[in-house]
Design a protein around this ligand. Structure first.
Ligand code: ADP
Ligand code: MG
Length: 256
């Protein structure tokens, strides 16, 4: 049975996609069967996992509109060791098309149920908004992983996300919970980041993952090679942190 996680945060540029592709690669490295679902029309996770979004025959768009199954539309990234249900600009149309359709927030959940036995982990990279696409992700998931930078307004931004997750939990998906907050792009030398990190632990306790992802230039360079940092340079500090995070996730799901 696959465990399904959304990587979500309504802010852009906080490290969602970096987390999605590197956690996928880290989990694959430790022997897990992983499907990465790109729900962002920008297709950054697709490209960052070595799959060319411009030449996709089928994508998550076709899956949401029920013209293809996950098994038909997912492609295997051999270099990365996991499967990718890709996205490209076509997906931005789905937003409007879904509005008039039945079960519009349940489409991804239904499609993933068919692929349940093929994977241990399904990771969904969400767009930076609370859209029909993100709702499809949240309705399909057992839990949400929230990457966040330890900056001044970080806690304030979290309130909106936590409320959204509560609403989805109450009205659409009783399974949904926040699995954890992942501190990313972390610089331990910055006093402010340390303070925000301490506040996070105070407010959210063990919902804050033990693993911390440092700011690391190799993680930022890797996408231009079409690879997750974990594959591009496994010895980089950031890559090691993601492998540690993958191990922490494997431990966490044992308790779910
Ligand atoms: P999002 O998907 O939330 O918009 P991204 O994962 O695309 O965010 O990250 C935004 C930018 O920050 C990208 O240029 C990415 O390469 C960079 N980045 C993300 N995480 C790190 C990190 N740990 N160290 C250095 N750069 C990072
Ligand atoms: Mg992104």
């Amino acid at each position: 049975m696959a465990k399904v996680f959304c990587i979500a945060n309504q802010k852009g540029g906080v490290g969602k996609t970096t987390t999605a592709v590197n956690l996928a690669a880290g989990l694959a490295k430790i022997g897990q069967r992983v499907l990465l679902v790109d729900l962002d029309p920008q297709g950054n996770a697709t490209m960052g996992a070595g799959v060319d979004k411009r030449t996709l025959a089928l994508s998550v768009y076709d899956v949401l509109l029920e013209s293809a199954s996950v098994a038909e539309a997912a492609v295997r990234s051999e270099q990365c060791g996991f499967s990718v249900l890709g996205a490209n600009r076509e997906l931005s149309g789905a937003e409007i098309e879904l509005v008039t359709l039945e079960r519009r927030t349940e489409r991804l959940k239904a499609a993933l149920a068919q692929a349940d036995r093929d994977f241990d982990f399904v990771l969904i990279d969400c767009p930076p908004s609370l859209s029909m696409l993100t709702l499809n992700g949240l309705c399909a998931a057992h839990g949400v992983i929230v990457p966040m930078q330890c900056e001044y307004f970080a806690l304030e931004g979290l309130t909106d996300l936590v409320n959204t997750i509560k609403q989805v939990h109450a009205n659409m998906n009783p399974d949904l919970q926040i699995i954890g907050l992942l501190r990313v792009m972390f610089d331990p030398r910055t006093t402010l980041q340390q303070q925000v990190s301490d506040q996070l632990k105070e407010h959210f306790g063990d919902k804050v993952f033990n693993s911390v992802i440092p700011r690391n230039v190799r993680l930022a360079e890797a996408p231009s090679y079409g690879l997750p940092g974990v594959v591009f340079d496994p010895s980089a500090k950031g890559s090691k942190a993601f492998i540690e995070f993958a191990q922490e996730m494997v431990q966490r799901i044992k308790k779910m």
